[in-house]
Every structure is written in structure tokens, then in C-alpha cells.
Design a protein around this ligand. Structure first.
Ligand code: AP5
Ligand code: ZN
Length: 216
């Protein structure tokens, strides 16, 4: 199963991807996570990406395409993968198609999570995650069962992203509508698009996605 989770910042792509990983045992390929790891490791790519990410703009197509192309060649991607946050431009979408075609593979489905801007800003401004395992939480409505302790790994260390502030979020939304939203029509025309109401409860969104995946 090779699927793309498509949606604006804060739509719940990472949250749902983690659940698909747990249920289906295929890896989550988040270009955002990969770039943040490169920034933390101060690699050449990380140095180039940091300022762009902090400003809420897109890292260049060449860089992210190279990262994904290398990642999907890893053995754990043999049975499928979830693309989270990639592709994000029409150039990246064409590159994805070319990458898969070169391997004789096909895309199973593109799941679009639809959420309105007000809710996106609310979600992103309250988001934090476990510094150890990456589990995602929210200040008001997605707290760990025991405050300050990660549900999944028991860590007590959490972090926030530098781009999760109102000003950068405005820029990220602008970029989404200009560069990424055209992919909705692109995949609709290819008969690959399924749209899910991302405003619903996390568990409801998960059930909707599972319904789509079980019908593949
Ligand atoms: P990236 O890391 O991909 O961020 P993003 O697309 O902006 O998406 P987010 O991670 O912010 O949101 P999400 O949809 O995963 O939501 P989440 O599940 O966390 O990209 C960051 C940057 O990297 C980009 O700006 C760019 O610079 C660069 N980059 C990355 N990929 C690139 C590419 N392909 N090309 C070029 N540049 C690239 O949920 C958000 C919050 O809401 C959480 O607190 C969660 O608990 C809560 N929540 C989730 N679902 C629900 C729900 N149903 N109800 C209530 N709360 C919910
Ligand atoms: Zn954890």
C-alpha cells in the first residue's frame, strides 16, 4: 500500500500517519520530520532548510525529491509507505509519479484531510510532541492521559516547533493554497483522490481512513 496524506498544516496528517503505521506496519515518510532531523544534525541540507522552514516557506523541490527518492529505496519501504507532507508542489507530484513508475509501482490512494483555517491555527498553536518518540499532543484537547508523561513511551520531555506560531502559520497557509492545493485537482483527475472530513474527532477520522484503506 502506497498512500499520500494531503492537507494543510495542522490538518492531522502526522497524527493519522502514526495510526496507520501502528495498524498496517508500513513506514511514515514525513519530509517535515526528515528536514527537522537534518536541521538538528546540522547537515548541509539542514543548514539550507532551517531559515526556509522557520519562515514557513517551502524547501526547494530538488532537495526534498532527492530525500524522498533515497528514502523509498530503503528495505522497510518494500511493502509500502505513507507519504506525509510530500508531494507539496506539482513538480514534486510529477517526480513522485516518475519515481514510482521507474520501480514498476503504482500509487494506491491520495487521502485529503479537509479542515478550515480557524481550526488549523488553533491546532498548530497548541501543538507539542514527545521529544523521544515524536507522539503528537495538543495543549487543550489532545493531552497525554497523565499530564506531562508521554502515553506511548513514558518520556517526560516534550518540544514545540519553531514554525508553530501565528505569524509563520499565516505564511504556511498561503503557501499551501498557492503551491499544494492544486494537487487536489491533479489527483482527482487521476482517479486517486479520496476526501475525508478532517474537522471530525481524531478517532472518527481514523475510521474514515480505515474504511478507504480496506476498500483498496
Ligand atoms: P511539515 O512538518 O510537513 O508540516 P505541515 O505540513 O505544515 O504539517 P503539520 O506537521 O504542521 O501538520 P499535520 O497535518 O501533520 O498535523 P498534526 O497531526 O501534527 O512541514 C514543515 C516545513 O518543512 C514546511 O513548512 C516546509 O518548510 C518544509 N517541508 C516539508 N515538506 C516539504 C516538501 N515536500 N517540500 C518543501 N518543503 C517541505 O496535528 C496538528 C495538531 O492538531 C496536533 O496538536 C494534534 O494533536 C491536533 N489534531 C490532529 N487531528 C485532530 C483532530 N481530528 N481534532 C482535533 N485535534 C487534532
Ligand atoms: Zn513518547
Amino acid at each position: 500500500m502506497r498512500l499520500i496524506l494531503l492537507g494543510p498544516p495542522g490538518a492531522g496528517k502526522g497524527t493519522q500517519a502514526q495510526r496507520i503505521v501502528e495498524k498496517h506496519g508500513i513506514p511514515q515518510l514525513s519530509t517535515g520530520d526528515m528536514l527537522r532531523a537534518a536541521v538538528a544534525a546540522e547537515t548541509e541540507v539542514g543548514k539550507l532548510a532551517k531559515a526556509v522552514m522557520d519562515a514557513g516557506k517551502l524547501v526547494s523541490d530538488d532537495i526534498v525529491i532527492a530525500i524522498v527518492s533515497e528514502r523509498i529505496d530503503q528495505p522497510d519501504c518494500a511493502n509500502g509507505f505513507i507519504l506525509d507532507g510530500f508531494p507539496r508542489t506539482l513538480v514534486q507530484a510529477d517526480a513522485t509519479e516518475a519515481m514510482l513508475k521507474a520501480k514498476g509501482l503504482d500509487l494506491s490512494v491520495v487521502i485529503e484531510l479537509k479542515v478550515n483555517d480557524k481550526e488549523l491555527v488553533r491546532r498548530v498553536s497548541g501543538r507539542y510532541s514527545c521529544a523521544q518518540c515524536g507522539s503528537v499532543y495538543h495543549d487543550t484537547d489532545r493531552k497525554p492521559a497523565v499530564e506531562g508523561v508521554c502515553d506511548k513511551c513514558g518520556s517526560t520531555h516534550f518540544k514545540r516547533r519553531p514554525d508553530d506560531n501565528a505569524e509563520t502559520m499565516t505564511q504556511r497557509l498561503e503557501v499551501y493554497y498557492k503551491e499544494t492545493a492544486p494537487l487536489i485537482g491533479y489527483y482527482y483527475a487521476k482517479g486517486k483522490l479520496k476526501t475525508v472530513d478532517g474537522m471530525a474527532e481524531v478517532d472518527t477520522v481514523t475510521s474514515e481512513i480505515e474504511g478507504i484503506l480496506s476498500g483498496l
